[in-house]
Design a protein around this ligand. Structure first.
Ligand code: AOS
Ligand code: ZN
Length: 388
């Protein structure tokens, strides 16, 4: 039997990080649809994120993207976040939206471009120092489009050199999270295409280098929970970029496309103790809300992760182990499915009520009048968008 008190206590400690860019306008290469009330500044993005925390109680930090969230005074931005009841989370470095990076950033054939990209990464560490952030998220769009375009091995050497320089700059309590992605925007080779490549670089670089799993960055059919189990066992899983996908890197709401996959991933997280704050695993969302309202979409996403976590915590581990050890295939699968098929929503509603939150965060936000207020107030200025 599962100890419900222990489940509740684990859920009370859960923390999910929100991406600042989820609150801005986003779209596909065909169209970015503008929405009323969208933030115009990093400060307004943080204010929107604080609403998600206010109603869910488990979204206490906001990831920034540099240069999208560039400000003059980062310490002041961190103080602004604190005033709103949240804090600055991972600093996401952007070395993909400058003309110089057409052929790559840290793996570019030209040393001058590589230096420029590395300088940006080091500047992101300065921002970590100013904001108190502990995580630098590295995602490189680097790769090639045509066979022969560049030397695959040389690009790995350049990557290793840049990662080592970043590692050397990181201070006490800081780390980098290296994100892999199968393809896009490069279509022939990607310099960090998979967990194995990210893992191999991180192993060489020691404790300050960890892998981040973006759930949308795999080939169809990839068993992501296996990757999670493996990386956790090696102490190399630094965090997640959660989202869901039907086709490629769709960046849809986590748990929307395949809630069962999210449950399976969270089962491995719980199996490895990753749900405990001491694990150091960062649970971040990386999503774009192109057609749905952004703040409710973030609330929904946080709730989806919470529900999957609750189900994973409900797995009767003793019964599961007994079935596994006796080769009871159907029994073991049944234990897992019992947990997955449990409706945890009433349990979570009670937990929220106990913590002084509204049992229904979606309804509470809708009633709060916040959306009407920002629709009316945020007139003029330039709306923030993906890449703004
Ligand atoms: C890109 O595909 C990655 O998921 C990165 O995490 C990226 O920086 C993020 O999506 C923000 O656009
Ligand atoms: Zn990502």
């Amino acid at each position: 039997m599962t100890d419900l008190g222990a489940v509740a206590s684990a859920l009370r400690q859960q923390a999910i990080e929100l991406p600042s860019w989820a609150f801005g306008n986003s779209g596909t290469r065909f169209k970015v649809f503008a929405r009323a009330g969208v933030p115009r500044t990093p400060q307004e993005k943080i204010a929107d994120a604080a609403q998600v925390h206010r109603h869910t109680g488990i979204a206490p930090s906001v990831a920034l993207h540099i240069p999208w969230d560039t400000v003059d005074d980062y310490a002041a931005l961190a103080a602004h976040a604190r005033d709103l009841g949240v804090r600055v989370g991972a600093i996401n470095s952007n070395v993909f939206q400058d003309d110089d990076y057409m052929l790559g950033s840290v793996t570019h054939p030209d040393a001058k471009v590589r230096r420029k990209a590395l300088d940006h990464l080091l500047a992101c560490v300065d921002i970590m120092d100013a904001t108190g952030s502990t995580d630098l998220k590295l995602w490189f769009s680097d790769g090639t489009n045509y066979p022969g375009q560049d030397d695959i091995r040389a690009r790995q050497d350049r990557l290793a050199e840049a990662l080592a320089a970043v590692r050397d700059r990181l201070g006490e309590g800081q780390r980098f999270l290296l994100e892999y992605k199968l393809f896009e925007p490069a279509f022939y080779t990607t310099d960090v295409p998979d967990w194995g490549t990210a893992y191999a670089h991180c192993v060489k670089l020691g404790d300050k280098a960890q892998v981040v799993v973006d759930t949308g960055h795999h080939a169809p059919g990839t068993n992501i929970e296996f990757i999670v189990a493996f990386l956790m066992r090696e102490g190399k899983l630094g965090g997640f970029d959660f989202n869901s996908r039907f086709y490629a890197d769709d960046d849809l709401m986590v748990g929307a496309a395949d809630p069962f996959q999210l449950f399976r991933i969270m089962h491995e997280v719980v199996r490895g103790g990753g749900h405990l704050a001491s694990s150091g695993i960062a649970f971040m969302l990386d999503q774009c809300h192109n057609i749905e309202p952004k703040i409710p979409a973030q609330i929904r996403s946080v709730l989806n992760v919470q529900e999957a976590t609750a189900k994973a915590l409900l797995v009767d581990t003793a019964a599961l182990e007994a079935a596994q050890l006796t080769g009871d295939v159907l029994g073991a699968n049944g234990v897992l499915m019992d947990a997955y098929n449990t409706d945890v929503r009433p349990f979570l509603a009670d937990l929220r009520a106990e913590q002084g939150l509204d049992p229904d965060p979606m309804a509470a936000f809708a009633r709060s009048g916040y959306q009407d207020r920002i629709d009316a107030e945020r007139v003029g200025g330039r709306q923030a968008g993906w890449g703004a």
